[in-house]
Write a protein that binds this ligand. Structure first.
Ligand code: HEC
Length: 186
């Protein structure tokens, strides 16, 4: 009987010791080699390292301040290029590489990847025709739902050129009265 009680107490004591040692495992009472435990050497990226000035960005990162602000992008970003022949040819080239697979050659949303990839909306909608270049730039730069961002693949200049080419496609389907007059004269 005594023995049984003794055992019970011992095991309880054992549990208690385990418990307490669990609390203390980060700070042992005895440190054999304090020089090694408390090394004066700094770990990488800890205090003491000269940190870059707050707000520093990497050399190849161009900040895009409209990430969650498509309307602001649409209002404030202007196409820095002129729609010269060279820019339009470049835009056609970029569209042919990056956009055509989904949006199709004429922008109707009938690219070769469809229907394996969900059909994108036409680029000839009143909505997109009325979008400013900046608003389209936003979609290409940030992505939109299923459409991924192309910011890392297409330089900003090439994005603007591709937008001029989208305008070419739109105008071919929805010619202005000016365009029709010229067509009549020819
Ligand atoms: C992987 C397929 C894919 C590629 C490549 C792609 N898009 Fe898209 N795009 C989509 C889809 C899908 C949507 C519709 C997203 C949504 O549901 O809002 C879309 C939406 C758009 C819209 C907005 C249309 C609207 O009515 O809201 C524009 C403008 C656009 N894309 C232009 C481009 C241009 C320019 C390129 C090439 C630089 C391009 N896209 C490349 C799939 C793609």
């Amino acid at each position: 009987m005594m023995f049984k009680k003794f055992c019970k107490n011992i095991s309880l004591l054992g549990l208690l010791v385990l418990f307490l040692s669990a609390c203390h495992h980060e700070k042992p009472n005895v440190i054999y080699m304090p020089d090694m435990v408390y090394s004066p050497a700094l770990k990488a990226q800890q205090e003491g390292v000269r940190l870059p000035v707050p707000g520093t960005i990497s050399r190849d990162f161009i900040p895009y301040p409209y990430k969650n602000n498509p309307e602001g992008a649409g209002r404030e970003l202007k196409n820095p290029l002129m729609p010269t022949r060279q820019v339009l040819v470049r835009g056609q080239h970029i569209f042919g590489i990056y956009c055509i697979a989904c949006h199709g050659a004429s922008g109707e949303g009938d690219g070769t990847i469809v229907p394996k990839f969900p059909r994108p909306p036409t680029l000839h909608s009143e909505k997109v025709r009325n979008w400013s270049d900046g608003r389209i730039f936003h979609t290409i730069s940030v992505g939109q739902n299923l459409m991924p961002s192309y910011a890392s693949q297409i330089s900003a200049g090439d994005r603007w050129a591709a937008i001029y080419y989208v305008r070419v496609l739109q105008r071919a389907k929805h010619p202005t009265s000016e365009d029709l007059k010229i067509a009549d004269e020819e």
